[in-house]
Ligand binder design. Structure first.
Ligand SMILES: Cc1cc2nc3c(=O)[nH]c(=O)nc-3n(C[C@H](O)[C@H](O)[C@H](O)COP(=O)(O)OP(=O)(O)OC[C@H]3O[C@@H](n4cnc5c(N)ncnc54)[C@H](O)[C@@H]3O)c2cc1C
Length: 286
């Protein structure tokens, strides 16, 4: 199959991109890395009249520290998550997730903004953005706004982005020396989308958990915070009994649907196993 014919506009600024989208209305799509959009065009799952290329907009680039935040431009490529020293130092959870995203060729082009804007529930970065309590900077025809990650993911492939709005950057709180992270996923083959994945960031007070944020992916229509599990863990140390209690609490946070290849009960089981492993690792790191 081939994509339907479309026109192409290379935007040089955010304003140019927004104006081009406003002119074309529902028939336009922004293109960033193209690693999800181009296959969708080829399969005619999407057939826009115009593609607006945002790859040449300088304001969407760069990773920099802004006060207590690390600001990652929407065009930050997945591969840069592995090489950018600021990400390793201040957003190690994103760094830990990056090797699990697809394959090197896709990571060379795919962007953080594209991944979060698409909001595939099986993707690593949307869930980690949720775990980090990130803020998402958006530009649209009526100006700029900022949305908390907890308000951004609404339903399957549906986000707080209105049609014609552009994701500009993602800001994550700076990682601190009393924090620990853990990330892993279970997939049939390395590089495949996960059957279930999980990432967490904990703030420690000596051997106790003062605060913890846990997000799972591939467990429903949207990336999911494990708030019942978090409540079980806060104030405790990570001994075997507490980890078992956390695993038991996970059923209250997840309600995956049966799919053709993975029954819901199996997905919950895998999530519980993964959660136990990650909490065990978190407990070992001091
Ligand atoms: C074989 C294969 C395996 C993959 N495996 C994984 C995987 O394991 N994990 C994973 O997370 N992903 C995976 N991906 C997807 C990949 O990570 C994509 O790069 C990512 O999902 C989208 O980023 P992109 O920059 O390529 O976006 P594009 O494909 O350019 O765009 C995707 C969508 O987001 C919109 N968009 C893009 N940027 C913006 C923006 N700044 N503001 C508003 N809207 C925007 C576009 O209009 C489009 O609707 C895989 C892809 C392939 C082809």
């Amino acid at each position: 199959m081939k994509a339907r014919a479309f026109s192409y506009f290379r935007a040089g600024t955010i304003d140019e991109a927004l104006a081009a989208h406003a002119d074309a209305g529902d028939d336009a799509r922004f293109i960033a890395g193209g690693q999800s959009l181009v296959p969708a065009l080829a399969l005619r799952l999407q057939a826009p009249r115009i593609l607006i290329d945002i790859n040449h907009i300088d304001e969407l680039r760069s990773v920099r520290r802004e006060g207590e935040w690390l600001r990652l431009g929407a065009l930050t490529r997945h591969c840069e998550m592995l090489t950018e020293p600021l990400v390793a130092e201040f957003a190690p959870l994103l760094r830990a997730a990056a090797p699990f995203v697809a394959h090197p060729a896709i990571r060379n082009r795919g962007t953080l903004g594209g991944s979060v804007a698409l909001a595939d529930p099986a993707s690593e970065f949307p869930a980690m953005v949720l775990a980090l309590d990130a803020e998402i900077e958006i530009a649209g025809p009526s100006g700029r706004r900022c949305v908390k990650a907890s308000d951004f993911f609404i339903d399957l492939f549906e986000t707080a982005l209105a049609p014609g709005e552009l994701l500009v950057a993602i800001r994550v709180p700076l990682f601190r020396s009393n924090q620990r992270i853990a990330f892993d996923e279970l997939a049939r083959r390395r590089g495949d989308y996960a059957l279930v994945g999980c990432g967490m960031i904990a703030t420690l007070d000596r051997d106790r958990i003062a605060d913890i944020s846990i997000a799972l992916f591939s467990v429903g229509n949207v990336p999911t915070r494990a708030r019942s599990v978090e409540a079980v863990l806060v104030g405790s140390s990570l001994d075997a009994g507490r980890i078992a209690a956390a695993q038991a609490a996970l059923s209250a946070d997840l309600a995956p649907a049966d799919s053709d290849d993975v029954p819901a009960a199996m997905r919950v089981h895998l999530a519980r196993v993964l959660l136990g492993r990650l909490l065990g690792r978190l407990g070992e790191v001091r």
